[in-house]
Design a protein around this ligand. Sequence first.
Ligand code: C2E
Ligand code: MG
Ligand code: MG
Ligand code: MG
Length: 288
Amino acid sequence: NADTAMYHAKAAGRNNYQFFAADMNQQATERLDIERKLRHAISRNELALVYQPQFASDGKHPTGVEALIRWHHPSDGMIPPDRFIPIAEETGMIVEIGDWVMHTACREMKHWIDSGLKPVRVAVNVSARQLRRRDFCETVAGALAESGLPAELLELEITESSVMENPQEAILILERLGRMGVSLAIDDFGTGYSSLAYLKLFPIDHLKIDRSFVRDIEHDLNDRAIAFGTIALAHSLGLNVIAEGVETPDQLELLRSNGCDEVQGYLFSKPLTGGAAFAFLHANAGAE
Ligand code: C2E
Ligand code: MG
Ligand code: MG
Ligand code: MG
């Protein structure tokens, strides 16, 4: 919070305050710079999707991919999503970008299936701002119709906080999407605030355990308790669980032996460009 930061900076003395103000000024300039450049990113073809495979917890059978956005700016190079997605959200540009992501992901998966890939689902991240739009369900329906991708193969990843902004409204939207046949996942589960009472009411299919609970699962007993508790809770609500950020065989084994259904992480694959993802899925599709 800027005000609190100012207050502490002031309390720490005049020099610190000036240092802080300069720092915040620089941050603001950077934001404006990103905002200005982002306005042209779609029309200048600077955005691309990469795809990270997801597996059944045997670590062998692919169940899907998560589409993740990448922005290659001609002079600034790769700008990571954590740096521009929040700005796209605040400015509303996420609506156009999100639309592009949805259409591109559906089209590309349909293309892979038409090229002989055994069908798996493609998961697309949806931000709170997109979900709040009255025409969001039409956008999803449009991407499915335009691409010809069966609705069952599209999964939408939504965070706890974005559904908790207005739970009553969110339930209606998620129910509509569910009736269309689209599957729904709660992303980054455990990092936000969510009410279990509401969770029960959401027509969701997957809970994604956040990477922060997986990272130290071998050594941190609290993280382990949260991860295992989430699996038990999800199963008792009839949901599948997918763990993100799985990097080691030990993490995989702990999750698998405690009933985690699916896994995603660098242990299996980093996010891949479209062509590489297709080849990877194709090569792993028949694995026994
Ligand atoms: P997320 O949806 O939780 O995506 C998972 C992030 O974890 C991705 O980072 C992925 O590359 C990274 N990851 C996967 N496996 C591992 C692992 O084993 N170790 C580590 N250290 N990291 C791993 P990425 O691609 O930088 O995306 C960051 C966030 O940006 C995403 O988090 C999501 O919230 C947002 N994002 C990405 N693409 C989109 C998009 O198309 N639309 C929206 N609204 N948000 C997006
Ligand atoms: Mg995600
Ligand atoms: Mg996530
Ligand atoms: Mg996460």
